[in-house]
Design a binder for this molecule. Structure first.
Ligand code: FAD
Ligand code: NAG
Ligand code: NAG
Length: 340
């Protein structure tokens, strides 16, 4: 290891922490990156995600920024889809439909030029969904997080990064050993100190065996979706604000199954393999910024990257790139003469 390396701590090993750590380790060789997390895959919220690339709204973040994060992520994963790593990374193209019961604005959504082949559903396509007025047809990407997270861990180790299991109870723990801290602790940021603007939105899903399904279907107005994956089809879901309950609710399970069967009758013959719950780390705008933590005579830059809500997979690479830029600027701040 480079003895002049800048030790960087990344807190969190969900899709946000690992992608940010990989991005820093691969693009700033002078950084020695350590990921510290209480839980690793398969025990993070990211492991529960369906992993479909479809933006989720952040009401207080400008749309052009959200589009840019989404596009950076889509293009990055598209190049993985197009490489020999696709199977190991668990990333693949998926086509399907998002259907709506109410007529929305006639304008195409801001992400319509990022996904592939976006068009309004034709009458022939809509015939399968008599209860729905209109729909969008497109090809997007699905990222199977349990595979993707393992692959990111491997990529991080190849770039010289390290992984440690540890619960962080305060910044002070890290300031003596690290020059820069990156906070990707998801919902943990609420506990760690006082970010009361962060709250859970509980999501429950079912994974079923239905290998004949090859298209996704999402109800654009409700919480119902069907996302085929490599080994199972994910059926969702629920969006329960401020609900911290991590155990499976059987009323939720049967509600999800019924709603999905209504959209796709063949699911009645599918077998449920597992039921999972995750808490989406939600905020009105995700937090991506730098501040300084003062402890004794040390002042340590902290880059926050958390609060990705229901759309963390969809924008993770875009926000990792932006957080990495803030890390670069922090090194220049510490050492104005250093060349990266
Ligand atoms: C049912 C469901 C379906 C979803 N579907 C999609 C989808 O299709 N597409 C999409 O884009 N998004 C989806 N999401 C959202 C997505 O899962 C999240 O946005 C994303 O996983 C957030 O990632 P994260 O890395 O911030 O959080 P997490 O995955 O929760 O990771 C947080 C990490 O921080 C660590 N940590 C926390 N506190 C501490 C501490 N004090 N000390 C040490 N470590 C700590 C944890 O152990 C963990 O490693 C879905 C979510 C749910 C629940
Ligand atoms: C896909 O791979 C081919 C061959 O390597 C390359 O020419 C092309 O630019 C790639 N396309 C994308 C979108 O990554
Ligand atoms: C993460 O951010 C929150 C909100 O600012 C803060 O309270 C918490 O201490 C941070 N945690 C770490 C380990 O960086």
């Amino acid at each position: 290891m480079n003895t002049n390396a800048h030790p960087v701590a990344v807190v969190g090993a969900g899709v946000i922490g690992l992608s940010t750590a990989v991005c820093i380790a691969e693009s700033i060789p002078s950084c020695a990156v350590t990921v510290l997390a209480e839980h690793f895959t398969p025990d993070t919220t990211s492991d529960v995600a369906a992993g479909i690339l479809l933006p989720h709204p952040f009401p207080e973040t400008p749309l052009h920024k959200q589009r840019c994060w989404f596009k950076d992520t889509f293009d990055h994963l598209l190049s993985i889809c197009n490489s020999t790593d696709a199977a190991e990374a668990g990333v693949f193209l998926l086509s399907g439909w998002q259907v709506f019961q109410e007529t929305p604005s006639t304008k195409d959504p801001y992400w319509s030029t990022v996904v592939l082949g976006f068009h309004m559903m034709t009458d022939a396509e809509l015939q399968r969904f008599p209860k729905y007025k209109f729909g969008q047809s497109f090809t997007t990407i699905k990222c199977e997080c349990s595979k993707y997270l393992l692959w990111l861990e491997k990529r991080l180790k190849n770039a010289g990064g390290q992984l440690h299991t540890e619960k962080i109870t305060g910044f002070e723990q890290l300031t003596s050993s690290y020059d820069i801290i990156v906070n990707c602790s998801g919902l943990g940021s609420r506990d760690l100190a006082d970010d009361q603007s962060l709250y859970p939105v509980r999501g429950q899903i079912l994974r079923v065996h239905a290998p004949w399904l090859k298209h996704f279907i999402r109800d654009g107005n409700g919480h119902t979706y069907i996302f085929p994956g490599i080994h199972s089809v994910t059926l969702g879901g629920t969006r329960q604000k401020h609900n911290w309950e991590m155990s499976v609710d059987e009323a939720d399970s049967s509600g999800i199954f019924e709603r999905c069967c209504e959209l796709e009758p063949s699911l009645k013959k599918s077998q449920v393999c597992s039921k999972l719950v995750g808490l989406r780390p939600t905020r009105n705008s995700l937090r991506l910024e730098r501040e300084f933590f003062v402890h004794g005579n040390r002042q340590v830059p902290i880059i926050h990257n958390y609060g990705h809500g229901g759309g963390g997979i969809s924008i993770h690479w875009g926000t990792a790139l932006e957080a990495t830029q803030l890390v670069k600027e922090s090194i220049n701040w510490r050492n104005p003469t250093s060349k990266l």
